[in-house]
Design a protein around this ligand. Structure first.
Ligand code: IMP
Ligand code: MG
Length: 185
């Protein structure tokens, strides 16, 4: 296993800056959802650290659930659009105020497909909270209601975002130097 310092080009968002922004988002969401009908949905696995921290800053009552999707085709670092649900929700979302919590919106294909398939289940509302927005790469129209940070078109890791499934645990968001990174298992 390589030490991440060998391919860390730069720390894009430090732990302190991340945590301060997550706290602000939590306050905003607490003010917008007050009646206990809020359901946070985390898209596994990248959204886990963000949703856990965010939830701790939401002072209004809410429940949480998890789902996993996998996207077809393309490369390891790209998605194509079509998604397959690999782990479905346990919660009936009919009539709930659903907030989808995602680590990053890149092309937007993944979240656009998830929105489509959840809309059919008739939630009362369906919104998106994304930690990172890589808008330059957007191909699908995606409304982001709560946005942590807009970031440049660089491949990032840490705080939920993986490099071949590793490094999701890092407390900061870093840019990877893909020339120095070698997948090793
Ligand atoms: P989209 O369908 O292109 O928007 O892809 C979104 C998914 O791709 C995210 O949920 C991440 O899992 C992954 N992804 C996109 N960009 C990055 C990145 O810079 N680092 C790590 N994962 C990424
Ligand atoms: Mg993801």
């Amino acid at each position: 296993m390589q030490n991440y310092n060998e391919f860390l080009a730069e720390i894009l968002i430090t732990e302190d800056v991340l945590q301060a922004r997550v706290r602000e988002l939590g306050a905003e969401i607490s003010a917008d959802y007050t009646d206990g009908n809020l359901l946070l949905i985390c898209i596994l696995r990248g959204g886990v650290p963000f949703m856990v921290d965010l939830s701790r800053h939401i002072t209004s009552p809410h429940t949480m659930d998890f789902m996993a999707v996998s996207s077809y085709g393309a490369g390891r670092r790209e998605s194509t659009g079509a998604v397959r649900v690999t782990l479905d929700l346990q919660t009936n979302i009919h009539g709930r105020d659903v907030l989808l919590v995602e680590d990053i919106i890149d092309s937007g294909h993944t979240i656009a497909s998830v929105l489509e398939l959840l809309q059919v289940r008739q939630p009362k509302s369906l919104k998106i909270c994304a930690l990172l927005d890589k808008a330059e790469r957007r191909e699908a129209v995606v409304p982001i209601h709560y946005r942590g940070f807009s970031i440049p078109n660089k491949f990032v890791f840490g705080y939920g975002l993986d490099l071949d499934e590793y490094y999701r645990n890092l407390p900061f968001v870093g840019v990877v130097d893909l020339e120095k990174y070698e997948p090793l298992k």
